[in-house]
Design a binder for this molecule. Sequence first.
Ligand code: NAD
Length: 460
Amino acid sequence: MSVLASRLRQRLESRQARVGVVGLGYVGLPLAAEFARCGFTAIGIDLDTRKVAAVTRGESYIPDVPSEDVRALVSAGRLQATTDFGVVAELDTINICVPTPLRKTKDPDMSYILAAVEQIAARLRPGTLVILESTTYPGTTEEVVQPMLEQGGLKAGVDFFLAFSPERVDPGNPSFNTKNVPKVVGGTTPACSELAAALYAAAIDTVVPVSSPRVAEMVKLLENTFRAVNIGLVNETAMMCDKLAIDVWEVIDAARTKPFGFMPFYPGPGLGGHCIPIDPFYLSWKARQSGFEPRFIELAGFVNGSMPHSVVDKIAEALNSQKKALNGSHVLVAGVAYKRDIDDIRESPALDVMGLLHERGARVSYSDPYVPVLSGRSWRGYDLQSTTLSQAALAGVDCVAILTDHRATDYETLVTGAPLIVDTRNAIKTRHRHVFRLGAPQPGQTDLSTRALVSAEALA
Ligand SMILES: NC(=O)c1ccc[n+]([C@@H]2O[C@H](COP(=O)([O-])OP(=O)(O)OC[C@H]3O[C@@H](n4cnc5c(N)ncnc54)[C@H](O)[C@@H]3O)[C@@H](O)[C@H]2O)c1
């Protein structure tokens, strides 16, 4: 091991290392907090002055990171935040956690990575470990980041160390967090891998080394493509079950009793969040550069992308059963975050459903305990505030569409108060004449569903 590598290793082991995290969002803030908790001095760099000010005040804006933790770490001097990339020169390690969205054309938008790496490259000093964590196509670390960092004359693996380690955080997950999700690490040289593994081993329970950055990059894309494809499969199955008058939810629950070879995925109004709707397209873009046409990704994208339309059709069908038209009806959307128990609306399919409802003439309102306001821009409609679900509020709507099944939602009030419900998440477990479920026989459609009908009054 070189002198520079041994020195860094020693600083990591003694926790003297000053560790930097670029991008203090859903990924970066929990990571910086974890580094600080295990004894490092962690310095977050973000262009967003509000985030930097919040951390400096000891406040968290990420639900998975308690404010008390941020306050304690900041007052102990172990967690700091700044907008100034000047601190790069004082850092031993730098983890890059900036966004990687798609352009309108579904091509990777690398601008955030490029901007962050440019700032780091201008200040990089010998012996620093740089790790890219942003989800990206295989080859990014070696083909894009490495040449930029080497522009000043330092060489990766010799003068500085470079690795890729995908972030696998699942915001809102009560069981798995930054600390207990195994961390895959691939360095550009064995020494790079070893040092990156040493950094993570200090803060994270399990580190999984792989042979190169591109393997690590591909691991993340396989994981997220696996999810996108399986969600696509189950969404298509839900549409099939709809036509066959079979309850897809019952089918999945029974199938999941198989102790091997089956993993349950659930249908819904479409894909959301920063990862699953986006990451597979990073992979297909890269595959196409090499003349390979990945068909599963495109097909899953097509099926999942059509779900908001299917949900709107289902709402129209439900209204029709009560002799009402979508045009002019008041539809209240219950849950707009992209998944349960979180406040994130990025790429949320609920926004697409709301936009389509608006386009087709419905009056749209929403209720989400995690999202107090919605700008008109976010859903191609008008500015809205979350409605509190009360009997009085529900009496004024024609249909409630459950798009996100937050645990905090009062489903009993919904069932007793709403004249009509379209449930895309199987949130309502009992059967009612006025509840239409995605991927299930419609009320009264089969003997099975009518046999199980329970009157709304029975709940009261
Ligand atoms: N959110 C998730 O659940 C999740 C899970 C796994 C992987 N990822 C990946 O992790 C990466 C980060 O995602 P996120 O959800 O934390 O994003 P985010 O938008 O919550 O946070 C990114 C932060 O980076 C900052 N930023 C942007 N450009 C910058 C720059 N040039 N210099 C400094 N700061 C800059 C932004 O201000 C923002 O605070 C993405 O590649 C994403 O795909 C996200």
